[in-house]
Design a protein around this ligand. Structure first.
Ligand code: ADP
Ligand code: MG
Length: 358
């Protein structure tokens, strides 16, 4: 057997490295939107407006009324690992913001045309900046790349155009604009339920009526009613489960879940851990199991679960999109929550039987 001659190892070009890294964080328009939404929420926005063209591939714009970005920070805004949220390694264990790695805007600038208009409360005007490959670029050849003063409201508008224009394989995998739009609406719907005090709207560019709209100062229950429909809300039960201790083990959760009267074809499961929308097949399965024996086979519940654990006990840095998180005592906490759901559902179905007998 003759092994092949080793190919020489070469250093990849900087721009290629960045494009590969960006692809791990920004999978599709909805993942870009999730990053932008989290930035707006981190900035304290109470109004978030999203405009979409072609499922977000042509245009994805998000306008917020948050704190804005200082003019002097604009030159490094889209560089990799520039952030206002983390400065030391130990900060990682007490994060209260969504972001921390300063990678989202950088990643987006490597796979799309990115522009930012932003105004802080103390600034007399807004500034507009354009980015490519992590750096400021001029609007037109021969002009300066310096951010330009312009009119604008307090807050930030981020515009992403032609997503994946320079990664043709990714682009060709995302041909279905209406599916991408559905995913965008799904992410927005979930964040709108978790942040009922914030008003969200989403519309297609050129359309006057929004496809999603929530008021500010609402409640989780009302948001579920608006976005998932009154037939779910009618059968919704709520519990709070928590463990108060003075140290890392303390946690609390709020759960809104349907009772035995509600039977959907597919389970809707919204999981937020420390306000971050995440996925966990383990927790989902455990919650699903609560309903076996309660719901007829082939039917499923709606469950919204918001869990707060000590930031010191969560590791958010296990997945590039932060979609997956690990936390201490996961099994024990899950069991306690599921037991509480079980008890509550049992209580409800007893009272129903009782009503029948009367
Ligand atoms: P991260 O969120 O991890 O810090 P990002 O690349 O998402 O990294 O954002 C980089 C920085 O840009 C943030 O730390 C924040 O200071 C600023 N920023 C981004 N979006 C907004 C926004 N909508 N409003 C205010 N500041 C923002
Ligand atoms: Mg961010």
């Amino acid at each position: 057997y003759e092994p092949p001659a080793p190919a020489p190892i070469r250093r990849l070009q900087e721009s290629l490295i960045n494009r590969i890294a960006a692809g791990e964080i920004i999978h599709r328009p909805a993942s870009a939107l999730k990053e932008l939404l989290e930035n707006s929420l981190d900035a304290g926005a109470t109004t978030i407006r999203v405009t979409v063209k072609d499922g977000g591939l042509k245009l994805l714009q998000i306008q917020d009324n948050g704190c804005g970005i200082r003019q002097s920070d604009l030159p490094i805004l889209a560089e990799r690992f520039t952030t206002s949220k983390l400065s030391t390694f130990s900060d990682l264990s007490k994060l209260t913001t969504y972001g921390f790695r300063g990678e989202a805007l950088a990643s987006i600038s490597h796979v799309a045309h990115l522009s930012v208009v932003t105004k802080t409360r103390t600034s007399t005007c807004a500034y507009k900046a354009l980015y490519a490959d992590g750096k400021l670029v001029p609007a037109q050849r021969g002009q300066s790349e310096e951010p330009k003063p312009c009119a604008g409201n307090d807050g930030t508008t981020i515009t992403i155009e032609n997503l994946f224009f320079n990664t043709p394989t990714r682009l060709s995998a995302l041909r279905n604009a209406s599916e991408e739009y559905a995913r965008i609406l799904d992410v927005l719907t979930k964040y709108a339920i978790h942040n009922p005090k914030v008003s969200f709207t989403c519309k297609k560019a050129g359309s006057s009526s929004p496809d999603l709209g929530t008021p500010s100062a609402s409640t989780v229950r009302h948001a579920i009613k608006m976005l998932y429909g009154p037939s779910i809300e009618k059968e919704l039960v709520q519990v709070m489960v928590k463990e108060d201790t003075k140290h890392e083990e303390s946690w609390s959760s709020e759960v809104y879940f349907t009772n035995a009267n509600y039977q959907a074809k597919k389970m809707v499961f919204l999981l937020f851990i420390n306000s971050r929308l995440v996925e966990s097949s383990r927790i989902k399965r455990a919650v699903e199991n609560v309903y076996t024996g309660i719901l007829p086979k082939g039917t499923a519940p709606f469950v919204y679960l918001s869990l707060r654990v000590d930031p010191r006990s969560v590791d958010v840095n296990v997945h590039p999109t932060k979609k997956e998180v690990h936390f201490l005592n996961e099994e024990e906490i899950t069991t306690q929550i599921c037991d509480a759901l079980q008890a509550k559902i049992a209580e409800r179905s007893h009272s129903r039987v009782f009503e029948y007998q009367v």
